[in-house]
Ligand binder design. Sequence first.
Ligand SMILES: [Zn+2]
Length: 210
Amino acid sequence: MRYIDKSHRCLQFDEYIIQYTPSSWAEFNGEVKLTLHQHLWIEQGTLCIYCQQQVPPKAEKQASAQIRSHIEHIHPRQKFPQFIFEYKNLSISCEGFDCYSTAQQPKREFCEHRKGDEYDSARFLNPIELQDIESYFEYDFEGRIYPTAKDKARAEYMIDILNLNHPTLIGMRKSIYEAVIYPDNPLDIRSEFPFILPAFYSMLKQFGLI
Ligand SMILES: [Zn+2]
């Protein structure tokens, strides 16, 4: 995870909330929801808030089997209804599998789908609140993520509730790392669009590759 600066609000979303005052998330729909999704996606450098895999842009109309990300409430809706429309609580999470998988609907096994309504305030490391959140985690060259000595218990809690050592994620991290350092033809992780960050940004940063 990396810190996400929430100071650039989505104005269309703010205007919608003032005008329509929806009483539940189910009531919040239409074009503004897609606008918000795209705004959050750019805000996060196109990466999942939790695992940092790259998520594809959301199209206007998608069959459910094609959906690869969704708007995530970091404080879960069930436990924290007061934050349902709080901009600082909204983010983009992957669907719990490799978002570029060719399978139509793989099993949802990590990130938001694993976390569900879990949120222990004493232990949760919130990427919207902690500017130094990257320093709680470290990686090895095999693609695994570990807690650092900074606060082992809280980092372990996050790795566990998000299943950040899921074999799919380990494999994805390892293959990005190996592609970047491939001696003959290393993967170029720079994008022509400055807002797009490379997948597993914090890992590559820890290895000094960006
Ligand atoms: Zn994810």
